[in-house]
Each structure stands twice: as structure tokens, then as C-alpha cells.
Design a protein around this ligand. Structure first.
Ligand code: ADP
Length: 537
């Protein structure tokens, strides 16, 4: 049968089979809100009907400005069920970018958290939403806006009919965070998101089942929270949503209290959780937590090992991008290494791993596609049914897609004989010293393995002789000390001399991007030309 792969069908399944599953959300006032999938489906249907009553239909863009919670989950299904496009706006972007992407996407309606009204106020005059709907309102909504609850209450969910339309219809869109230049839009079809959800449910990736309790720490405004809400609804897994409370103590509390089995987020979140766990005298009971999915930036091997050895927690390392929905590769220990020494297993798990089923990877060097020898670097290219074939409205399409239909990632990677990929760097972050490349990622990972180092980011600074040299920006653990000379000596064990940074800057914190990754462009700006005062210590 030529059945169409549609998000509403996932919701229908959840309704039929898993009505009793729970969605737990932490609200801005820290109270926990709980309801069941039956309530979720009823309210998502009401949202679809309310949007249709406003005149929203096929292809219209409906934006959200919201944290992770149940109403945002309703938007994840209610908007695409109206054949409209869910546009999750990244609330951590600079306000100029928010204004730009709302206009670029031509968003007609905005669903916004009451807690984010002050942010909306900063951009309101420069945006043109026809309607603004306030979610999680605790008091009357401002003049000219609508209350989400009142909107839903006016609709009879029995009037909702599960729609049939082409699976190639756009269901959602995200913008890249645009660390270089303007953010670019990426559309996801229903088909792509359903297939991506199936991918997440495979035992060879996250293996999400109806026995899981899934907590996406990665925000729902960042590449669909990596597809976690979709797969949880599809498989009938409970969902735990942290709301705006993303500090380590609140997260650990939720993981323990709700007995979460699977969670997902960027490395900086887990580095924070690791140091809190290391320093806490009372051990939380995290025995239910079977997997922590880490991606978005390289997971330091020392962090993977520390979670395993000190806390019995398993990190699964994955790679992906806004343009790949996002999951492209997942690092699962191959059976050949099942009995290998722990160190060898760690090296394998710390790689970004082989491509998921249906996804293909290759890397291209100066003279063409590089061999899978684990040594030769090239720009990673990717293709597959959940990889974008173009940017929305065409920006940079010519330079980012190859003639034979692959997406050029801008990442430099090696691929080994088993097809396992390792990111060496981003093209824009790699350090070009004397005509050779130094991987900032490998240096950072090594620095973060030093017992005194909490966080490290290595960036290129201009150098008259070598063109560029690495500068190591380091945040020390509380109560620990280390000098530049000590760190340099420590690195010397693993790297050739010309790789070793001469300069070390000790910072209170590393600036982060809107997705919580190290913001290396800010460090480059801060330290170029390098300040003498920050030299070797
Ligand atoms: P941005 O980082 O610009 O906000 P994305 O969220 O789409 O945009 O991030 C995609 C990029 O993140 C990739 O191109 C890659 O450089 C980096 N990345 C993602 N996962 C990993 C990983 N596991 N290891 C190293 N880098 C990663």
C-alpha cells in the first residue's frame, strides 16, 4: 500500500495504544504538570481546529517561542496536523536574528510562553504576526493577544478528522544558528520526520521503546529536540520536559524523581551534570537511566569515561546537524569490540560512529573522495531521506550541495574501514599552522581529560610566522589549579610538538552559542590579535 508517512498517524497510534502514557513538564514556577497521552491528543486536535478556524491551512507557517513542555508538544503535532508548518524559533538567538527569521519564514501566527513575553516585547514592533497566542498563561494575556487555553476550550475535539495528504508536505522548519552569516531555513517533510523517528527507535541507535521515559534536555527550539518528542509519541514512551530549568541540580532532580531512562543534550549540559555529580555528597539514584545521548559538539572521551566509571552511566555519542533532522551517525560499540579492553572500547565509543540506516556518508579531500582508512581527512558529505536537499528559499544552495546530490557539511572528518566517522573539526574552526591542519577538537578533548580542567576551547589566533597558532582557553575546576606550562606538558604526551598551544587563557567561563556549544568565534574575536597579558603562565 502506498500509505503516506504522516505525523498525525503517529499521534493516532499514541491515542489508540498508549493513552495512559504520561507527559511531565516542569513549569516556570518549578511546579510539575502531569497529564496523559489521551489529554495530549485531545488538546493537539483542539489546536488544529483552532488554527483552522483562524484560517491557517496548507503551507502556512506557525511559529513557537517556547521551552520544553506539554503545550509545545501539542504544537509539535497540532500545527502539522493542519498541514501547516511548525516553525520553532530559537529563543536564544540575538533579537535581530529572531526578527529576521520570523520575516523570512513569513510566520502568520506565533505561540509564545507567558514567561517569554518580555523577549517578545523586544521584537514585537519589528515582527508581523497576525495573531499571538500565549501558552501557559497564569494571568490575563496582554491586549491584542489570545489565551491558548481559551482557544482550545472553544473547540470540540470530536470534530477533528485524521487528515490524509502527501508525506512530502512540509511539517516543520528550523533555522541554523548562523554563527557565520544569516541563519538559513531548513524544512522537514512529514516523511523525513517519520523515518527519522523510526531511526531513533532502532536498537542500533537509541532503541526507544514503550518502556522508556524520555527526557529531551535539548530544547524543542533546537532541531525538534533531536526528534525525541516525535519518537516518544510514536513508540508510546513517557515524556519528561524540563521547561526553562536547565541547571544541573534541577535536571538531576528530574532524572531521579521521574526515573528517566533516556535523555539527550549537548556536551556542555553533561559536563555541568558531571561536575555536580562528582561534587555531591549524596548520590542521586540514577539507576533507571540507561542512556544519555550526546551530540551537537564533540563529546570528550574523558567525559564518557568519567560517567561510566564514576557514576555507572552510559553516554551514547551521535553526530548531526540542523540540515540532517538531525541524527546522521550514532556510535554504538561494534560487536567486534565487545570483549576488547575498556580503553579500546572508549576510543570507539568516543568517535561519532557509523551512519544510521538509510543515511550515507563520504569525505572529500582536495583530490576527491578520501579512502576509509581512519587517517585521511576530508569534508564530510551526507545524503539520506532525512537530509535537506536545499535551504528554504535557496540561500547558499549552490555551494552547499554537490552536483550528484550530497549535502556538504562543513565538517572535516575521517572514516575508518568499518565506516565509523570521526569529526576532526569544523572547517571554520580548524587551525592552519605552517600549511598543516591542527584539530581544535582533539586538543580540547585532551585538555578536558586533565583533572584540573572543567572546560576547554581551542581557537586559531593569527601568527606572523605560521599563519595561525592554537590558543587554549581553559576553565579550571573549582578549587583546582594548573599553569599553561603544565597543560602544555600534559598535551605533549599525545601530540607532536608543533600542535601544542604556546598560549593559554584562563577564563571564568567559555562563551556559549544559542545551542549551548562553545562559541569559538567570540573567543577568536576576543584574542585576535592575541593579548600579551594572556600569554603563557
Ligand atoms: P550550529 O552548531 O551551527 O548551531 P547545528 O546545531 O546544526 O548548528 O550543528 C551542527 C554542527 O555541530 C555539525 O556540523 C558539527 O560541526 C557539530 N557537531 C554535531 N554533533 C557533533 C559531534 N558529535 N561531534 C562533533 N561535532 C558535532
Amino acid at each position: 500500500m502506498d500509505d503516506q508517512l504522516l505525523l498525525p498517524s503517529l499521534m493516532r497510534r499514541a491515542e489508540q495504544l498508549y493513552g495512559d502514557r504520561e507527559v511531565v513538564s516542569r513549569l516556570p514556577d518549578k511546579a510539575l504538570h502531569r497529564y496523559r497521552f489521551t489529554d495530549f491528543a485531545r488538546r493537539a486536535k483542539q489546536l488544529t481546529l483552532a488554527l483552522q478556524r483562524m484560517g491557517i491551512g496548507p503551507g502556512d507557517r506557525v511559529a513557537t517561542l517556547a521551552w520544553n513542555h506539554y503545550a509545545h508538544l501539542e504544537a509539535y503535532f497540532g500545527i502539522p496536523s493542519a498541514e501547516a508548518v511548525l516553525h520553532t524559533i530559537n529563543l536564544r538567538l540575538p533579537t535581530d536574528d529572531i526578527v529576521y527569521i520570523a520575516a523570512h519564514a513569513e510566520d502568520r501566527v506565533l505561540l509564545v510562553d507567558e514567561a517569554l513575553l518580555p523577549l517578545l516585547e523586544q521584537v514585537r514592533e519589528r515582527t508581523h504576526f497576525e495573531r499571538i497566542v500565549v501558552m501557559l498563561a497564569t494571568k490575563p494575556v496582554p491586549d491584542g493577544m489570545l489565551d491558548y487555553e481559551q482557544l482550545l476550550a472553544a473547540e470540540n475535539p470530536d470534530e477533528f478528522e485524521y487528515p490524509e495528504f502527501s508525506e512530502r508536505t512540509a511539517a516543520a522548519m528550523s533555522y541554523t544558528s548562523g554563527t557565520t552569516g544569516r541563519p538559513k531555513g531548513v524544512l522537514y517533510t512529514h516523511r523525513a520526520l517519520v523515518l527519522h523517528s523510526l531511526g531513533l527507535a532502532l536498537a542500533e541507535s537509541e532503541g526507544i521503546t514503550s518502556r522508556d521515559k524520555v527526557m529531551p534536555v535539548v530544547p524543542m527550539f533546537h532541531v525538534n529536540a533531536w526528534g525525541m518528542p516525535f519518537v516518544a509519541v510514536m513508540m508510546g514512551a513517557d515524556l519528561v520536559m524540563p521547561g526553562p530549568h536547565l541547571d544541573p541540580v534541577s535536571l538531576i532532580d528530574l532524572l531521579e524523581r521521574e526515573r528517566v531512562t533516556v535523555t539527550a543534550g549537548v556536551p556542555t549540559i553533561w559536563l555541568g551534570i558531571l561536575s555536580t555529580l562528582d561534587n555531591s555528597t549524596q548520590r542521586p539514584d540514577l539507576t533507571n537511566l540507561r542512556s544519555m545521548l550526546v551530540g551537537g559538539a564533540a563529546a570528550p572521551p574523558s567525559m564518557i569515561a568519567a560517567f561510566q566509571e564514576r557514576h555507572g552511566l552510559k553516554v551514547i555519542h551521535a553526530w548531526g546537524m540542523t540540515e540532517t533532522s538531525p541524527l546522521g551517525t550514532v556510535s554504538i560499540l561494534p560487536r567486534e569490540l565487545a570483549a576488547a579492553p575498556a580503553e579500546e572500547q572508549l576510543l570507539s565509543r568516543a568517535r561519532q560512529g557509523p551512519p544510521m540506516p538509510l543515511v550515507e556518508i563520504r569525505a572529500r579531500g582536495e583530490t576527491g573522495v578520501v579512502p576509509w582508512d581512519g587517517r585521511t581527512p576530508g569534508e564530510l558529505e551526507v545524503r539520506g531521506p532525512w537530509v535537506a536537499k536545499a535551504y528554504y528559499r535557496g540561500e547558499e544552495n549552490d555551494s552547499r550541495f554537490t552536483d550528484d546530490g550530497w549535502f556538504r557539511t562543513g565538517d572535516i572528518a575521517t572514516i575508518d574501514a568499518t565506516g565509523s566517522m570521526q569529526i576532526q573539526d569544523r572547517i571554520k574552526d580548524v587551525i592552519k599552522s605552517g600549511g598543516e591542519w591542527i584539530s581544535s577538537v582533539l586538543l580540547e578533548n585532551a585538555l578536558m581529560a586533565h583533572p584540573a580542567v572543567a572546560e576547554a576551547a581551542v581557537v586559531a589566533i593569527p601568527d606572523p610566522k605560521w599563519q595561525e597558532r592554537p590558543l587554549a582557553c581553559v576553565v579550571l575546576r573549582q578549587g583546582e589549579s594548573a599553569t599553561g606550562d603544565e597543560l602544555r606538558e600534559f598535551l605533549g604526551k599525545d601530540f607532536p610538538k608543533w600542535w601544542l598551544p604556546e598560549q593559554y587563557a584562563f577564563l571564568q567561563a567559555i562563551p556559549k552559542t544559542s545551542a549551548g556549544k562553545f562559541l569559538k568565534s567570540a573567543l577568536r574575536e576576543q584574542f585576535s590579535p592575541a593579548r600579551e597579558a594572556q600569554g603563557p603562565q
